[in-house]
Design a protein around this ligand. Structure first.
Ligand code: SAH
Length: 335
């Protein structure tokens, strides 16, 4: 039994059931603090780890926006939950080539992952929360698969909060889940900062947008239970072995967009990740890469397909942007 499981058992035995949000927050804090979970040998793989094209196109998107905004001085590159730092390295390479050299601010709680990030991003500054980010200068914010790991609160059909209890020595929920919300969502704070300081945020994650966007049934508005665990690339039980598997839940993009708008900036999207990457020129980028390294042509095409194809990441994953007032409309979101 890992130390977190012992701690959770003791806490529930002495104080009673805890909320799903508290359970999820504790599990993920322990999970990310104790390992580098990415890649074939780990638990799961993310878009920037599939191909350098993902981070490069995000770098191109930020550069284009910054150029059309008049190349403002003092911009900061900010990433929320940067994982191994791969996306930042790929994005910043593209940005620097175009004369955009922001300082680097990473919001990351895991000491293990901070170390991995430091290796590729010399000079970066780390933050435990959004509140301590610089308050002057435009923020160029990126968040890939960050929101899905943030805690959700779950409710039954009478709107009673569902809790996590111990029954026969096992962690079980106290009710049937009918709805859930992301309880500590920092979208408002991000939007408020962009509104005040200028800049933009690009948010990519897996999730849903409500029934109006022509989604297939299985992707339509998911008001129920989307909490899931992944371990060694397979789905697992979120309530066994707490802290040893990644807990995530679908991102409610309608709620995220509404929160973003409430805080001041304009929002764009969400659109499917496939649509956004196509609009950003992923096929041309794949061809250019393949021309430079012909023996990797198949691998590059396979990576492109995995990121873009509707039955892979292209539709379940979505991309959304928040853009400061006075900044131009961003690339990739025209319908
Ligand atoms: N963006 C990366 C990693 C996604 S995994 C990629 O696409 O590969 C989630 C990341 O968010 C990890 O780096 C994890 O340590 C970090 N994280 C999770 N919860 C966090 C929190 N509450 N505050 C800051 N970082 C968090």
């Amino acid at each position: 039994m890992n130390p977190l499981e012992r701690e959770l058992r003791a806490r529930i035995e002495s104080q009673g059931p805890i909320s799903v949000a508290d359970y999820m927050a504790a599990c993920n804090a322990h999970y990310y603090a104790t390992r580098d979970p990415f890649g074939a040998a780990g638990d799961f793989i993310t878009a920037p780890e599939i191909s350098q094209m993902f981070g490069e196109l995000i770098g191109a998107w930020l550069t284009d926006l910054w150029q059309r905004a008049g190349r403002p001085e003092g911009a900061h590159y900010v990433e929320l939950g940067p994982g191994r730092g791969t996306l930042a390295v790929d994005a910043l390479r593209v940005m620097r080539k175009a004369g955009l050299e922001p300082d680097i601010h990473l919001v990351e709680t895991s000491p293990v992952l901070r170390q991995v990030q430091a290796a590729g991003l010399p000079g970066a500054v780390w933050h435990g929360e959004i509140a301590t980010l610089p308050e002057n200068g435009p923020l160029l914010i990126v968040a890939n698969e960050f929101f899905d790991a943030l805690p959700i609160s779950q409710y039954d059909k009478s709107d009673e909060e569902v809790m996590v209890a111990l029954v026969d020595d096992k962690f079980v929920r106290t009710g049937q889940v009918a709805s859930e919300i992301r309880s500590e969502c920092p979208a408002f704070e991000i939007g408020r900062r962009i509104h005040q300081q200028g800049g933009a945020a690009l948010i990519a994650d897996y999730g849903y947008v409500g029934p109006s966007l022509g989604e297939p049934d299985w992707l339509q508005f998911r008001s129920g239970d989307t909490l899931q665990a992944v371990s060694k690339h397979e789905f697992a039980d979120p309530f066994s072995d707490p802290g040893s598997r990644d807990l995530t839940a679908h991102v409610d993009f309608s709620a995220l967009a509404a929160t973003g708008r409430d805080s001041g900036p304009r929002t764009f999207g969400p659109v499917g990740q496939g649509q956004w990457l196509d609009a950003m020129g992923i096929s041309q980028r794949a061809e250019a890469l393949a021309a430079a390294v012909p023996n990797r042509t198949e691998e590059i095409a396979a990576a492109r397909d995995r990121l873009v194809a509707p039955e892979e990441m292209g539709r379940l994953f979505k991309v959304m942007a928040l853009v400061a007032p006075g900044w131009p409309a961003p690339a990739g979101f025209a319908s």
